[in-house]
Design a protein around this ligand. Structure first.
Ligand SMILES: N[C@@H](CCC(=O)N[C@@H](CS)C(=O)NCC(=O)O)C(=O)O
Length: 213
């Protein structure tokens, strides 16, 4: 039987799914894609499986395609019957988990989509810096909301979940770990605690250390 294929790029959002695949012990093949923000060739190569040409993109063993990290997160829990990354239906943590999972992908994630390469959305070169600054400021406001919501030691309190994996990965992006340490200490503490999890060492190394140039 063929395996799951994860299309990804080191350090990008595919790390959120790679961490879950590793955590769950699932067999998968990693297909590295080029720089989707800057390379038309990289976008062309991924477009047949994901018309948005984004990672993470997953191809299931039966050929079905799954995009959107939140959908993948929920699906992997369904597929494995495991509830260690996703609180199960009926649990007290389930509503909070769903709320903040969707908050991350619907509110926080798009700030990177729009500000990573603003020229894709702002044709006027003179307006780009202001746009990027405004979107980055909005992202910081969103992180402020997450900061006052997050509990300790994990986002949901006593139990680890996929939300902590999102926090560990996203805090590596703008405005960066130093900003989180100073301005969002709970998120920073969740991230560093997740950094230290033995089950995730290989994923973090591949994405954030080996890949570092
Ligand atoms: N909503 C998507 C967002 C995925 C996404 O924005 N991925 C980034 C990498 S971190 C990407 O592929 N960007 C390329 C682009 O948007 O053109 C998800 O949650 O999976």
């Amino acid at each position: 039987m063929s395996k799951i294929t994860l299309y990804g790029r080191r350090g990008w959002g595919s790390a959120i799914v790679e961490a879950q695949l590793e955590w769950l012990g699932l067999d998968y093949t990693y297909e590295a894609v080029g720089d989707l923000l800057r390379s038309a060739e990289a976008r062309r190569s991924l477009a047949p499986v994901n018309p948005l040409a984004q990672v993470p993109t997953l191809v299931l063993p039966n050929g079905q395609i799954l995009t959107e990290s939140a959908a993948i997160t929920l699906y992997l829990a369904d597929m494995t019957g495991r509830d260690d990354l996703v609180p199960p239906p009926g649990s007290l943590e389930r509503p909070d988990f769903l709320r903040w999972l969707i908050f991350l992908v619907a509110n926080v994630y798009p700030t990177y989509t729009y500000a990573d390469e603003p020229d894709r959305f702002v044709p006027d070169a003179a307006a780009r810096d202001g746009f990027r600054a405004a979107v980055d400021a909005y992202a910081q406001r969103l992180y402020g909301i997450l900061e006052v919501t997050a509990r300790i030691p994990w986002f949901l309190g006593g139990r680890f979940s996929a939300l902590d994996i999102y926090v560990a990965v996203m805090t590596r992006w703008r405005p960066g770990r130093k900003w989180f340490a100073e301005s969002a200490p709970r998120l920073y503490s969740i991230a560093t605690r997740a950094d230290a999890m033995p089950q995730l060492q290989a994923v973090w190394s591949r994405n954030f250390f080996d890949a570092r140039s």
